[in-house]
Write a protein that binds this ligand. Structure first.
Ligand code: PEP
Ligand code: MN
Length: 355
């Protein structure tokens, strides 16, 4: 009630979201208060005038929510992947005038998301709203669920009439990242936000790191920058899609480097067991020639490749020295300096000498 009362005073807040039945990964965590909470929500609506929305995951939830006159239903990320569940929920709602929000599935699969929207649309539902809540991603990142903005952007392109909201709470998993994410949502012309708010975030029974207080919400919404034409929307969308592509590639790049270093270490162990020296200059010279020619044929510059390979090699040697338990730290890079053929202009730059 306290949260609802404070929210109702914030300009731009129209709907009160509440999980009555909470899908939790492991049993034993707080799974929502269940049906009795619906009465509390009705009271909150009565006192604040806010509309209500609740997550429904099965026909039983739908019946109870509709019996209490919940205004908008939402289908969560774990339910949307299952066409049987989406079909059953649609049938249980029955009335196609009820607004339904559809979160994206956990995995970055636009087809599944569109499939659920299409299924409900074919059943006659015409007040559909998509919610972008980010995607599980193989790589650990800053975000709890990687935003992968190119996916909601593509959804907007495929379904231009469909409103798309953004749920920064589940994307970020962490309240510090929320302001930047909602600004981005605005810059990408998303239609609205679904944000988790708690009158006392540190006491929240679920996901407390991503909850913000009503005051914080008020400040955040007030400080959003409404941009004047920073470029036509197609320009912004394309740019964002390209940046998102870069983010993914960088994550892969780091993963590959880490894997490479692990193999280098394995070689170190093997050399150690067989009493072989770490640095084998012939192998390194041959490797660097091949890599550089290969990289040049892919359009990369000799200078860049030389610096990159040198750095990778130095780290590799250091990792092998660690394996050998050698105290000595690597002194770069004179004793395995790249030969004339692969030398870059940088080698002649006096600023690079005698570090
Ligand atoms: C929620 O909104 O509280 C929730 C459980 O979200 P999701 O389905 O996106 O994980
Ligand atoms: Mn949640």
């Amino acid at each position: 009630m306290e949260t609802a009362a404070k929210l109702a005073l914030i300009p731009g807040v129209h709907v009160f979201r509440a999980g009555i039945w909470k899908p939790r990964t492991r049993p034993g965590s707080f799974e929502g208060v269940g049906t009795r909470g619906l009465k509390w929500l009705c009271k909150a609506r009565e006192e604040t005038g806010l509309m209500l929305t609740v997550e429904v995951a099965n026909p039983g939830h739908v019946r109870e929510a509709l019996d209490h006159g919940i205004d908008i239903l939402w289908i969560g990320a774990r339910t949307v992947v299952n066409p049987f569940a989406v079909q059953e929920i649609g049938e249980a709602i029955g009335n196609p005038d009820i607004p339904v929000m559809i979160k994206n599935p956990l995995n970055p699969d636009l087809k599944t998301w569109v499939g659920a929207i299409e299924r409900l649309n074919r059943m006659g539902f015409h007040k559909l709203i998509a919610i972008h809540r980010g995607f599980s991603f193989f790589n650990r990142s800053l975000y709890r669920n990687a935003p992968m903005w190119e996916i909601p952007i593509e959804l907007k392109r495929l379904c231009p009439a469909l409103p798309v909201l953004v749920d920064p709470s589940h994307i970020c998993g962490n309240r510090e990242l929320i302001p930047g994410t909602i600004q981005k949502a605005l810059d990408l012309e998303m239609h609205g936000l679904m944000i988790e708010v708690h009158h006392h975030p540190s006491k929240a029974l679920t996901d407390k790191n991503q909850q913000i207080s009503p005051d914080a919400l008020k400040t955040m919404l007030a400080s959003l920058i409404i941009r004047n034409e920073s470029g036509p929307p197609e320009f912004e969308s394309k740019l964002e899609a390209l940046r998102s592509e870069i983010d993914k590639l960088d994550a892969e790049l780091l993963e590959i480097l880490a894997r490479r270093m692990n193999i280098v270490e394995e070689i170190g162990e093997y050399k150690k067991a067989n009493r072989i020296t770490i640095l084998q200059i012939r192998r390194w010279n041959q490797l660097i020639h091949e890599r550089i020619e290969n990289g040049i044929s892919l359009g990369l510059s000799r200078e860049f490749l030389t610096r990159l390979l040198q750095a990778v090699h130095e780290e590799g040697i250091q990792r092998q020295l660690n394996v050998m338990n050698t105290e000595e730290k690597l002194q770069p890079p004179s004793h395995f300096k790249i030969d004339e053929h692969t030398k870059s202009d940088q080698d002649h730059d006096p600023r690079n000498q005698g570090e």
